[in-house]
Design a protein around this ligand. Structure first.
Ligand SMILES: NC(=O)c1ccc[n+]([C@@H]2O[C@H](COP(=O)([O-])OP(=O)(O)OC[C@H]3O[C@@H](n4cnc5c(N)ncnc54)[C@H](O)[C@@H]3O)[C@@H](O)[C@H]2O)c1
Length: 323
């Protein structure tokens, strides 16, 4: 996201704690690319550090806040729930406090498709019930959403919440399926296939996500009294300048097909280990992206096999693998 904004001549103030949830070298290498641009100002620190955050806001007075920093991951939230309380609950609360003190034009924040839990009604749309999460990660993100709504109402902060659906692509996260499967297949290790392969995911390529977010930056939710246009499918709040938007491809893929595409891209057959469903995981995600389309005229469209090939090429180059 930062890379895209820098390419459009934005001044970007980046804050990241470079946590050790996964290899910090990967994070630092992403930063190295950004730091080549003189408009990128990098800070290392935790969102929980109120004084540091306040100073950062006081100095830079950002007009747009893109809040993506979080402790992600469904499984790790069972093992280490405290880090989700710190990064997601306290961290997001501190961001909102700064937004109250130094009002931005628009605050955009990453939530997750996991808030839909095991909802039977598919595809998931922004207006359906999403208050019965089945993982602690999703519970913290849903809490972020409702807390953000109260701040949006009380302090008139325009907020757009994104519910991202399984993001994949170059420079992605090592704990996600595409990264793990590619690593294991290339190393000759078996891959764990949850719920014996009976899972579906709505995969979103990171380039499409960046495009969608960049378009939504300019679509600022207005307070009820200032609204002239009414969008048909809107999730906008009746009491606050606050809107939730799904960002997904609206195409759920069977996990076995996804693995097949990775095997094709690598030209190697995976050693498969079929295991039971993991706690906190949902069987299927499927986004309704009609609202995204109505607001921006855009929906994610990258061909999944092309996206996987691009990831595999990046992975081999980054880890210097010649196969
Ligand atoms: N990748 C996905 O499929 C996906 C799906 C749904 C939602 N999301 C959300 O999108 C956002 C970005 O996810 P990602 O996949 O790029 O994850 P990521 O882990 O690569 O990026 C999050 C960054 O936040 C930083 N961070 C964590 N806790 C922090 C803290 N307390 N203070 C400051 N920095 C901190 C980490 O160091 C990390 O670099 C997250 O909010 C995540 O919950 C991602």
């Amino acid at each position: 996201m930062a890379n895209f904004l820098l390419s459009k001549n934005w001044k970007v103030i980046g804050l990241d704690a470079i946590t050790k949830y996964y290899d910090p070298k990967l994070k630092m290498d992403r930063h190295k690319i950004l730091k080549k641009n003189k408009n990128f100002h990098a800070y290392t620190g935790f969102l929980e550090d109120e004084a540091m955050l306040d100073e950062l806001y006081a100095v830079h007075r950002p007009n747009i806040i893109i809040h993506f920093a979080a402790q992600p991951g469904v499984r790790y939230s069972i093992e280490n729930p405290q880090s989700y309380v710190q990064s997601n609950l306290i961290g997001t609360f501190n961001i909102l406090e700064c937004a109250k003190k130094y009002p931005p034009d628009h605050l955009l924040f990453a939530s997750t498709s996991s808030v839909y839990g095991n909802n039977k009604k598919k595809p998931f749309n922004e207006n359906q019930k999403s208050d019965t999460p089945i993982s602690f990660y999703a519970a913290t993100k849903k809490s972020n959403e409702v807390i953000a709504h109260s701040y949006s109402h009380l302090f008139k902060i325009p907020i757009t919440v994104f519910r991202f659906f399984t993001v994949y692509g170059t420079w992605g996260r090592p704990d996600m399926a595409l990264f793990k499967f590619t690593h294991n297949i290339l190393s000759g290790f078996p891959i764990d296939i949850h719920n014996y392969g009976k899972m579906k995911r709505d995969f979103t390529n990171v380039e499409d996500l960046v495009k969608a977010v960049s378009l939504l930056i300019d679509i600022v939710p207005l307070s009820p009294e200032n609204r002239k246009i009414k969008f048909k499918l809107d999730s906008i709040s009746d009491t606050a300048p606050y809107r939730v938007v799904n960002i997904g491809s609206s195409t759920p893929y069977n996990i076995m097909d996804y693995i097949h595409y990775i095997e094709n891209a690598l030209q190697i057959k995976a050693k498969k280990k079929f295991i039971k469903m993991q706690d906190g995981e949902v069987k299927e995600t499927y986004s309704n992206v009609d609202l995204l389309y109505e607001l921006t005229g855009f929906i994610p469209k990258k061909n999944i096999q092309t996206g996987i090939l691009e990831f595999v090429d990046w992975y081999k180059k980054y880890y210097k693998i010649n196969v």
